[in-house]
Design a protein around this ligand. Structure first.
Ligand SMILES: NC(=O)C1=CN([C@@H]2O[C@H](COP(=O)(O)OP(=O)(O)OC[C@H]3O[C@@H](n4cnc5c(N)ncnc54)[C@H](OP(=O)(O)O)[C@@H]3O)[C@@H](O)[C@H]2O)C=CC1
Ligand SMILES: CC(=O)N[C@@H](CCC(=O)OP(=O)(O)O)C(=O)O
Length: 350
């Protein structure tokens, strides 16, 4: 059995890790880490866990935890792991971080966009960006995984095949994204109150959202050159789900736009064998409801012959494939288990 500890088990991403790991036949959760609920029964924090979890919440002492488990998940705010990670911890167990602390390779970009000082930049280089479908080979054998976030996983996977194959003009790429409110975490914030969110849709972080450099960096690797995008997130009145709509001008070949069949063949080349990325049938647009509660990402595209642009679409559940599900997928890769173990979650509907 793999012994796992979760720091931040009382947050939305941590709670989802608990749900998924309880159903994972090879994992035993040894540590439910919290800040505010130490010594309180976990099932009193999340009553859906009544009779399922008898443990009480422990603290966030990562040094002590590292001695007791094989893998630590940190589902904590930006800056937490960077502030406590040591070489000693990484020698004792694997660490999968759900925050952005080790996602961006250039520490100056991290500090500029996150507005905090990075306390352990010496570990950034060795951390692998855990976007499983793209980096699974690089992830094997690693000690530290920077688990990608919800907007970024959806935005990158939706455009990746076309960027990688040079089929779009990346200078024209626009990512319009929408998220359910669980994406903002469980902490009380006025802007996330029912009356502020219900019957409302709003853009935020326009031209300044911290996921912009992460998407640019990863799609830049695919393109083989630096790229810049426009990324605009929106908050929508639903619990879970990310929907991205991405626009870009198609590169012409011999003066002609690629056909539907040519683009579909490219998506199939990258995702045809991927369990968790579903390329939908022609004309079917992804919906968040079709992936809710599951580790799937649904993608599709439409070519607009009139404007010469392609519209790419993707949907995932922000706390599953966008956080906890992908973290477990990464754990499976690290421990040599079949990637889908514990993740065969059928999407719920309605
Ligand atoms: N929500 C989402 O959809 C996604 C979240 N993420 C990332 O996952 C991480 C957690 O997000 P989310 O679950 O939404 O956040 P929440 O606010 O719901 O939960 C935060 C968790 O971290 C704990 N915590 C808070 N402050 C500290 C601290 N200073 N030191 C140690 N622990 C602390 C909290 O403990 P307690 O409540 O017990 O005080 C809680 O368990 C973030 O880095 C986020 O960016 C990534 C992708 C998607
Ligand atoms: C709706 C909402 O507020 N979403 C969060 C992003 C979710 C998240 O925490 O993702 P990362 O771990 O990738 O940063 C935000 O915009 O900051």
């Amino acid at each position: 059995m793999i012994k796992a500890g979760i720091i931040g088990a009382t947050g939305y991403a941590g709670g989802e890790l608990v749900r998924i790991l309880l159903g994972h036949k090879d994992v035993e959760i040894k540590w439910y880490g919290s800040r505010s609920y130490i010594d309180k029964k976990y099932a009193d924090v999340y009553r859906n866990m009544f009779t399922l979890v008898e443990d009480v919440c422990l603290d966030d002492n990562i040094e002590k935890l590292a001695k007791e488990v094989d893998v630590i998940f940190t589902a904590t705010p930006q800056g937490f792991l960077a502030g406590v990670l040591t070489e000693e911890i990484l020698k004792q167990c694997k660490v999968i971080d759900l925050s952005a602390d080790y996602r961006i390779k250039d520490v100056h970009i991290y500090e500029q966009w996150y507005g905090i000082e990075h306390k352990s930049p010496q570990f950034i280089e060795e951390a692998v960006y855990g976007l499983c479908e793209i980096n699974r080979e690089k992830t094997k054998g690693k000690r530290l995984v920077a688990n990608p976030g919800c907007y970024t996983t959806c935005s990158i996977l939706t455009a990746y095949p076309l960027v990688k194959e040079g089929l779009i003009d990346t200078t024209t790429l626009i990512v319009d994204a929408k998220s359910g409110t669980s994406g903002a975490g469980r902490g009380a914030k006025v802007q996330n109150l029912y009356c502020e969110v219900n019957e409302n849709i709003k853009a935020y972080g326009v031209a300044s959202h911290r996921h912009t450099p992460e998407i640019e960096e990863q799609l830049g690797y695919a393109a083989g050159k630096e790229i810049q995008i426009n990324f605009t997130p929106h908050l929508v009145p639903m619990n879970r789900g990310i929907l991205v709509t991405e626009y870009a001008t198609l590169n012409k070949k011999d003066g002609k736009l690629p056909t539907y069949e040519e683009i579909k063949a490219v998506y199939d080349k990258y995702y045809g064998k991927e369990k968790f990325v579903r390329v939908l049938d022609k004309g079917v647009c992804p919906e968040t409801k079709w992936v809710e509660g599951s580790n799937y990402v649904d993608v599709n595209f439409v070519i607009d012959e009139r404007t010469g642009r392609i519209i790419m679409m993707g949907a995932l559940d922000n706390i599953v494939k966008g956080a906890a599900g992908q973290a477990v997928q990464n754990m499976n890769i690290l421990f040599g288990l079949p990637e889908e173990t514990g993740l065969e979650l059928v999407p719920m509907f309605p």
